[in-house]
Design a protein around this ligand. Structure first.
Ligand SMILES: NC(=O)c1ccc[n+]([C@@H]2O[C@H](COP(=O)([O-])OP(=O)(O)OC[C@H]3O[C@@H](n4cnc5c(N)ncnc54)[C@H](OP(=O)(O)O)[C@@H]3O)[C@@H](O)[C@H]2O)c1
Length: 302
């Protein structure tokens, strides 16, 4: 018998969302509003089981979404010096939420990360061979990624969990400092490596649809294909700021200004594409959901 045991397929949609003050959690609430879906934000802390049980009792949700987690400020290097805090939320917290949801017969849509892989001999850069859902993570270079990979492995035992491997999320809000495009336009120097990425404007609605379909298991939650830093910056120059310039540096030079290594990889998005054939390739999605809408806005302001 598939999950959920409590038959949420027949229940009216009502989402309980963790991550009210966060980037992805905030966007999810707005999407529910625009789609007329009932939702409540959880007020509990993930590592506090009683508080999660109280939220579920108060809301009686059809599905739970976890967009809560620590990613580090200003970046994941924070996790290297805050290991216990990172474990508390990302390991103890995420596992506790999954466990409570299972006990209550609820599907948990978990915004996880794809930054648990790096290009290797079997998946070389530029080959078009991406990591699949069943592949074992091979990147543990940062504490953040290492613990996320451990949790992903443990969550495989929870048949109520839908793990979405998000990567380098991008949204149409180019003023948001969390946006990958905003980040790389503000860096003094950027590396130039093709990567799989997640266009939130296109993929977050897909995650809501995944809940409606009661999908579970691991999903590479990225648009098909890869795009490099320079390709994005060229699009930025073409659509947003013709005077924009940038400087590249090598991975070795980058290593001198960061604490922990970063993951670079291609994820194979075939599973998601088969479920949602209308999903655009990363470059087409960037144009449609990010650069074209911002171009129109820029034109209106002239
Ligand atoms: N942004 C990225 O680059 C990226 C990439 C891949 C995957 N992801 C994953 O996607 C998820 C959401 O990312 P995001 O960028 O939206 O994060 P974000 O903007 O940093 O927001 C994190 C949210 O988690 C909440 N939170 C943190 N610790 C909590 C705890 N112990 N209990 C309850 N809530 C807690 C925060 O609330 P408070 O302020 O109240 O603590 C905040 O609302 C994370 O798990 C992250 O690993 C993000």
């Amino acid at each position: 018998m598939g999950f959920p045991a409590n038959g949420s397929a027949d229940k009216q949609l009502k989402f309980l969302i963790y991550g009210r003050t966060g980037w992805i959690g905030g966007l999810l609430g707005k999407l529910c509003e625009s789609q007329g879906i009932q939702y409540h934000y959880g007020s509990g802390r993930l590592e506090n089981r009683n508080s999660l049980e109280a939220d579920i009792a108060a809301v009686n949700p059809s599905h739970v979404f976890n967009a809560a987690g620590v990613t580090g400020r200003p970046n994941v290097d924070w996790c290297e010096s805050h290991k216990v805090e990172t474990i508390r939320t990302n390991v103890v917290g995420t596992l506790t939420l999954a466990d409570v949801c299972r006990e209550k017969g609820l599907i948990l849509i978990n915004y996880a990360t794809g930054c648990i892989f790096e290009y290797d001999a079997n998946h070389p850069l530029g080959s078009g061979i991406g990591f699949k859902e069943e592949d074992t993570p091979n990147f543990t270079g940062s504490f953040y990624s290492k613990t996320k990979a451990m949790v992903e492995d443990l969550l495989k035992n929870y048949e109520n969990v839908c793990t979405l491997r998000v990567r380098m999320p991008i949204s149409s809000d180019l003023s948001n400092p969390r946006n990958f495009i905003t980040k790389i336009t503000r860096y003094e120097k950027v590396v130039n490596i093709p990567n799989s990425m997640t266009i939130l404007d296109e993929l977050l609605p897909i995650s809501i649809e995944m809940a409606k379909r009661n999908l579970t298991g691991i999903w590479n939650f990225t648009n098909p294909g890869v795009v490099s830093h320079n390709e994005i910056l060229e699009m930025y120059r073409e659509h947003i700021d013709p005077t924009f310039t940038w400087k590249n540096f090598t991975l070795e030079e980058q290593a001198k200004v960061i604490v922990a290594p970063r993951s670079n990889n291609e994820l194979d998005a075939t599973k998601l594409k088969n479920e949602f054939p209308e999903m655009l390739s990363i470059k087409d999605s960037l144009i449609k959901y990010v650069f074209e809408p911002n171009k129109k806005t820029a034109a209106l302001h002239i």
